[in-house]
Design a protein around this ligand. Structure first.
Ligand code: UDX
Length: 436
């Protein structure tokens, strides 16, 4: 969001121009940024660097005066060396410098992240080039962005390591959410309590569905692949990838449990299908696993996403796009809040859910369980225990004084996954003992 306006403004002010004439563009520029995609190769964990190498070859054919070639694309460590080798086959090393300058922009927040970055990382050992790039970024540095100059390889690795670490943080909190659901703890309290420790920090500790998008899945795989090439075992990142893949199925299985295994002909609504809000990006979204799986089990799925209909679901029979929340929720047996778009945060479900026993599964913890429960709907969320039955009496008559009965009053609750199994809450505060 905001990119159109920004591009138009700078185009009008003649600070931005576009061309398809590559040699002209290279000729007129002192600094050239490479900003191409590095997707995962088919049937592999490795990053496909073909676009980077193609650009390097094109640049090498068009250099006449000194150029600073800045790689912004996310690439495995040592890619800068390879780009340098490609260009130096045609051009003297005196005529160019290859620098790594990774970007840390999030989809949907790219402009904000660019203008107010936490840090700017420049990978070059050449002092003169470093000073030029520092002056290029001076307006951002003066606003408080930290400036880091490191080796080219160091900068490349900072990018991958950051994304793999953030993915680890999310998977960690997601696994803890599973534990919270079994122990009656609210994952939001855990995230909050952990996040107050400055060594941990509170961001990227929101439990939810599996992480998706174009970066975390791709970059975690690529860093594992790179490490393998250097005979290094990144076992933690490997576990993160596995945990995240399993989470997609785990949540789908949970949907089966919520519907007590009776999926066939059930109307299931998805609110949001993109991997995150404010983007139309479906890449690696957990909805890509959940929807086909539930559809295969015979459910009828309707979905609404503010970014519109998705080609990924068009071929699926009984999966339909609806133009608004109300249409998507009509006659629904289960509403799954998949993506935290702003417009899903304050829905009055009593006005749009017409089925009496309709259930809501909130994968983003947008609602308060009590508030929804008070409206008469069964509500399930992530990492939060839902109580259905409280205060059921259980009596035991042993060890009671004559004529008196020893009564154990315990709160009995049942877990969303096991609707027919009762468990006594074991926290001392919830169990009262007395004579009657
Ligand atoms: C990410 C990095 O954040 C960014 O620095 C990098 O340049 C590109 O990759 P992006 O993929 O756009 O950005 O989205 P991000 O906001 O990081 O979310 C990625 C995934 O993690 C989403 O599926 C999101 O829902 C999930 N997520 C994020 C959580 O589940 N919990 C969180 O606390 C944060």
């Amino acid at each position: 969001p905001g990119l159109n306006e920004l591009a138009k403004k700078n185009f009008k002010a003649k600070r931005l121009s576009f061309t398809t004439n590559i040699s002209d563009a290279i000729k007129k520029s002192n600094i050239i940024f490479i900003c191409v995609g590095t997707p995962t190769k088919k049937n592999s964990y490795a990053a496909d660097l073909s676009q980077i190498f193609t650009v390097a070859k094109i640049i090498s054919k068009n250099i006449k005066s000194h150029k600073i070639i800045v790689n912004k694309s996310t690439v495995p460590v040592t890619t800068g060396d390879k780009v340098e080798n490609i260009i130096s086959k045609k051009i003297s090393k005196k005529l160019f410098s290859v620098v790594s300058n990774p970007e840390f922009l999030r989809e949907g927040e790219a402009i904000r992240d660019f203008i107010y970055p936490d840090r700017i990382v420049i990978g070059t050992s050449n002092k003169k080039i470093n000073n030029i790039l520092k002056s290029l970024y001076a307006p951002l540095i003066s606003k408080g962005a930290k400036y880091v100059n490191t080796s080219r390889r160091g900068a490349e690795l900072i990018k991958y390591s950051s994304n793999a670490f953030l993915a680890t943080k999310i998977s960690y909190i997601n696994e803890l959410a599973n534990l919270c659901e079994k122990t009656g703890v609210d994952i939001k309290d855990v995230s909050f309590g952990m996040g107050l420790d400055q060594r941990i920090g509170d961001r990227f500790l929101r439990a939810g569905p599996a992480y998706g998008g174009s970066c975390f899945p791709k970059d975690t795989r690529a860093i594992v692949d790179t490490a393998n090439n250097f005979k290094t075992n990144l076992s933690i990142v490997k576990s993160v990838i596995k945990s995240n893949d399993q989470r997609k199925l785990l949540l789908t299985k949970r949907v089966e449990k919520i519907l007590k295994g009776k999926i066939k002909n059930k109307n299931i609504t998805f609110l949001g299908v993109t991997f995150k809000p404010n983007t139309d990006d479906m890449r690696e979204s957990s909805s890509l696993i959940m929807i086909p799986f539930l559809n295969k089990l015979g459910s009828k799925i309707r979905y609404y996403d503010p970014s519109g209909e998705k080609k990924e679901f068009k071929h699926l029979k009984n999966v339909k796009f609806c133009k608004n929340i109300k249409m998507a929720c009509y006659d629904s047996d289960l509403v799954i809040i998949h993506t935290e778009w702003e417009e899903f945060k304050a829905i009055d479900f009593s006005k749009i859910l017409n089925k009496k026993n309709a259930k809501i599964y909130d994968l983003r913890n947008l609602y308060s369980p009590n508030l929804i429960k008070n409206k008469g709907f069964k509500y399930y969320s992530i990492g939060r225990w839902v109580f259905y039955f409280i205060s059921k009496m259980a009596s035991i008559s042993t060890a009671a004084p004559k004529g008196k009965e020893f009564v154990l009053t315990a709160a009995l609750a049942c877990l969303p996954e096991f609707p027919n199994k009762f468990e006594i809450i074991s926290e001392a505060g919830l169990i009262t003992l007395g004579w009657s």
